[in-house]
Write a protein that binds this ligand. Structure first.
Ligand SMILES: [Zn+2]
Length: 113
């Protein structure tokens, strides 16, 4: 899955981006699946009938956390944060996803030391 939609799905499921998949509880797996269906289903509905040139803008404007670092979370109003993971950066809402705790960067360069 693309970086953008994985940020969106994790926010909808209220899961931390650093949560290991095998550590998920049964109810978290259910929430994750429901979020996948909701976020990707909504994305497919939005793009139906839209010109390719408009897709990028449409996709960006529909994002709740992805690419919105510093903006307010549409769910709770907390500030969207960004954290580095390996070579990517992820956006997430601390209140919705990590119990209010900001995450520490996990850059690849730091992991390799
Ligand atoms: Zn939030």
């Amino acid at each position: 899955m693309g970086n953008a939609y994985s940020d969106e799905v994790l926010h909808a499921a209220r899961l931390s981006p650093f949560k290991p998949a095998r550590g998920l509880t049964g109810s978290e797996v259910v929430a994750l699946h429901a979020a996948l269906v909701e976020v990707l289903g909504a994305a497919v509905q939005r793009v139906a009938g839209v010109q390719a040139a408009q897709l990028r803008d449409d996709k960006r404007s529909a994002m709740r956390v992805h690419g919105r670092t510093g903006s307010s979370c549409p769910t709770c109003g907390d500030t969207i944060r960004e954290v580095a993971f390996a070579t990517k950066s992820l956006q997430y809402c601390p209140t919705c996803q990590t119990g209010g705790r900001p995450l520490a960067d996990r850059r690849l360069s730091r992991l390799l030391k």
